[in-house]
Design a protein around this ligand. Structure first.
Ligand code: SF4
Ligand code: SF4
Length: 56
């Protein structure tokens, strides 16, 4: 199960910088995680300042 970013995202970009497989990119209104690329390491969830990332 890939991690997911909720609409609480403030587009700070820190999760994308820390993703080891480059699975996070900037979408239209917030950052998004590619389900296919995510390896469920959890690093993004730990760095998000607004706790917007959880395991989906
Ligand atoms: S859980 Fe890991 S691999 Fe998946 S998006 Fe977050 S940092 Fe990237
Ligand atoms: S770290 Fe959190 S607030 Fe920042 S871009 Fe990622 S999901 Fe959005």
């Amino acid at each position: 199960m890939a991690y997911k970013i909720s609409d609480a995202c403030i587009s700070c970009g820190s999760c994308a910088d820390g993703c080891p497989v480059g699975a996070i990119s900037q979408g239209d209104s917030q950052y998004v995680i590619s389900e296919d690329a995510c390896i469920d390491c959890g690093a993004c969830s730990d760095t998000c300042p607004v706790d917007a990332i959880s395991q989906g």
